[in-house]
Write a protein that binds this ligand. Structure first.
Ligand SMILES: Nc1ncnc2c1ncn2[C@@H]1O[C@H](COP(=O)(O)OP(=O)(O)OP(=O)(O)O)[C@@H](O)[C@H]1O
Length: 376
């Protein structure tokens, strides 16, 4: 095992920040300034997502972590290394931090390789050539090293930017909406590189995004911010299966399921995934048998029936119990939380259907999931 993949010997990462913008500079109502008050603990490796609406305080939090804002009170300990507490305030340049933004700026006069060398030279100690090669290979940028930034696509630029951030040997990597400027196809193309990143580097990664899709694919745990406070935290599975936070997820509300590929239907281009509630047919994305995969099922893609319908086009049917019903942000809809063995689903159905089927907490019904709607 080499330096990059060694399990982190360190403990948790702890970020507690209380910060209020100076009233004089606040673009908020003067009598109601924005206050960030959060306390986050997360492991010393893996991806932690910070999720929240615009204005919830994500950027402010990152700026505090980076030392670009001086909070009123803060304790920022990254794997035992104190960046800030009552008696310490490390300035930004003394915080070993890799920071990748939405529109990463590479040095235009340097090739991709030149940009990487710039970072390597500033690293506290030299990576071995093989470790450098590994970073380049994981980010898939071998063939573009001699190109200048203006010759790179958006996705390639971001991959070079991430490699450059890694080469400074950060103790914390912040990815701040790294895919926001890419179109859907490029986003899909870069996610596998980020998955590789996660499994190959034993450093904590903070991932900020508005996209539940990205967070579902990449994050291990998530903190949901609202008006400067943490309103939910836990594993992505736990947080995204809650129905008491609908405004945070809006129409994207849905659960994440993780399971193992057990079967392939070559004729009809489907795979079957075994998960905590049974077996689910989904589109074949080329995953090998026995691979662990995550899928997302949106609440709007689940319908409910009182009996099992064998005569419909829907391939996936699960017997479930209604454990909770909550109002949706849309007045005509409700959110129904369903338990199926050890898993949860959420269905978003009309109030009219709830009424007509006389659905209540404790009712046992059939959840129907279209294979075509499962998000990979
Ligand atoms: N320099 C500043 N001075 C005063 N208020 C600010 C300043 N920067 C941000 N704010 C306010 O702090 C609040 C949180 O802003 P922040 O940029 O952290 O939100 P965000 O969650 O990152 O939003 P987005 O997703 O749109 O980037 C907002 O109400 C914003 O108006």
């Amino acid at each position: 095992m080499n330096e990059l993949t060694q399990p982190s010997p360190q403990g948790n990462t702890h970020v507690r920040v209380q910060h209020q913008y100076q009233k004089s500079s606040s673009i908020q109502n003067q009598s109601n300034p924005f206050i960030l008050d959060v306390n986050l603990e997360f492991p010393g490796s893996g991806v932690t997502a910070i999720f929240g609406h615009s204005g919830s305080g994500k950027t402010t939090l990152l700026r505090c972590i980076a030392g670009l804002e001086k909070p009123n009170s803060a304790k920022i300990i990254i794997n035992h290394s104190v960046w800030q507490d009552e008696s310490t305030f490390r300035p930004t340049h003394q915080r070993p931090l890799g920071y990748v933004f939405q529109d990463s700026l590479l040095f235009e006069h340097l090739t991709a390789r030149g940009n990487l060398n710039y970072a390597s030279k500033r690293a506290p100690k030299q990576y071995s050539t093989s470790d450098e090669q590994k970073i380049i290979q994981i980010m898939g940028i071998e063939s573009i090293l001699d190109q200048y930034p203006h010759q790179l696509s958006g996705g390639e630029t971001q991959r070079v930017a991430i490699a450059r951030a890694l080469l400074i040997q950060p103790e914390l990597l912040i990815l701040d909406e790294p895919l926001a400027s890419l179109d859907r196809i490029r986003k899909q193309a870069i996610i596998p590189y980020l998955e590789q990143l996660k499994s190959n580097f034993a450093i904590p990664i903070i991932y900020v995004s508005h996209s539940i899709n990205e967070v579902s694919r990449l994050a291990d745990q998530v903190f949901v911010l609202d008006q400067g406070k943490v309103i939910a935290q836990g594993t992505v599975k736990e947080v995204f299966s809650r129905i008491d936070l609908p405004n945070s997820f809006d129409d994207d509300i849905g659960v994440i399921l993780q399971g193992t590929v057990i079967n392939r239907d070559e004729e009809f281009h489907l795979i079957q995934i075994n998960f905590g509630c049974g077996k689910l047919w989904v589109k074949d994305g080329g995953d090998e048998i026995a691979k662990t995969v995550r899928v997302r099922i949106l609440a709007k893609d689940i319908s409910l029936a009182l009996s099992e319908h064998q005569d419909s086009s829907i391939l996936n049917r699960f017997q479930v119990e209604i454990v909770d019903i909550k109002a949706d942000h849309d007045i005509s809809m409700v959110l129904v939380r369903l338990k199926c063995r050890i898993e949860y689903f959420i269905a978003r159905i009309t109030k009219k259907s709830l009424h007509q089927l006389n659905l209540k907490q404790g009712s046992v019904v059939w959840a129907q999931v279209k294979s075509a709607a499962v998000v990979r």
